[in-house]
Design a protein around this ligand. Sequence first.
Ligand SMILES: CC(C)(COP(=O)(O)OP(=O)(O)OC[C@H]1O[C@@H](n2cnc3c(N)ncnc32)[C@H](O)[C@@H]1OP(=O)(O)O)[C@@H](O)C(=O)NCCC(=O)NCCS
Length: 262
Amino acid sequence: MNGNADSTGLVRRANGGPHWHRIACGEEREKPLCDPVLPNTQCLSAGQGKANITLIFRDSEMGEIRRIAHNELWPASEVLARSLHDDSISRGLIPDEARRRRLLPKLFSHLVRAGLLFGEVHATSHELEGISVWLSPDAPISTFAKLFRVGVAWFPIEFGLRLSYRFLACHEQLEALREQHAPKRHWYLQLLGVDPPFQRRGHGRSLLEPMLARLDRAQVACCLDTENQDNVGYYEQLGFHVVATSILQAAGTHCWFMSRST
Ligand SMILES: CC(C)(COP(=O)(O)OP(=O)(O)OC[C@H]1O[C@@H](n2cnc3c(N)ncnc32)[C@H](O)[C@@H]1OP(=O)(O)O)[C@@H](O)C(=O)NCCC(=O)NCCS
């Protein structure tokens, strides 16, 4: 193999090339040398320890950032909930602060699951300082099957009728904006959040830039919505521009719909 492990568990190419990362499968049986969670990765070697098999992968396209695995769904949702706790759509959906603190991680876990099923979820590092959730151009928009797989059928039990209605009404309005204003083929940045103690230290930018560079290379557009006017300038610096504005009635908040072409 063309690399050696360091004390952090990362394996780096001797010539300083892109990061490798290591996945401990935690199983005694041999597993196939690929991971469905990381389809862009390439297996470099498999070593068998006492109780588990370690597979070492290289993410071929994303450089320094990494795609999260299914078992990181909950910690990633908690990072998003902390970072978006005071966002206007979060406040509009769940005005009571204590209830918001309790329910937001659960609510975001469904959106992270959508990213894992229908797109990609990225993290800055294994520390999960920041998380971005992307939906792929091939993901169906708002079909019943998609919503069902994300767990929408349980929403009234998990969140009550009022919050379920507000959430689904906002979701539907955003999907309508997307159908109306997004290019036919695009990636969608569904969620972005950097844990508050790590904000304004470049994590947001380093999370987005490799993905945007990859989309530029593939000549694919991307879109997003933001409910915070302060973020419009942030996304403009990254090449997005506002293509529509709207009011999400169910959350009582403004929304800026932004697009970025290659
Ligand atoms: C918005 C967010 C993702 C930005 O990530 P971050 O790691 O804090 O920001 P970065 O360090 O990458 O910022 C890079 C640059 O953008 C600027 N910037 C950061 N947030 C900004 C904002 N809201 N508006 C304008 N500029 C901003 C920074 O000052 C920095 O500029 P500088 O390098 O010249 O100082 C993060 O602050 C966050 O999670 N905020 C709360 C949740 C949120 O709003 N998410 C987005 C929902 S659409």
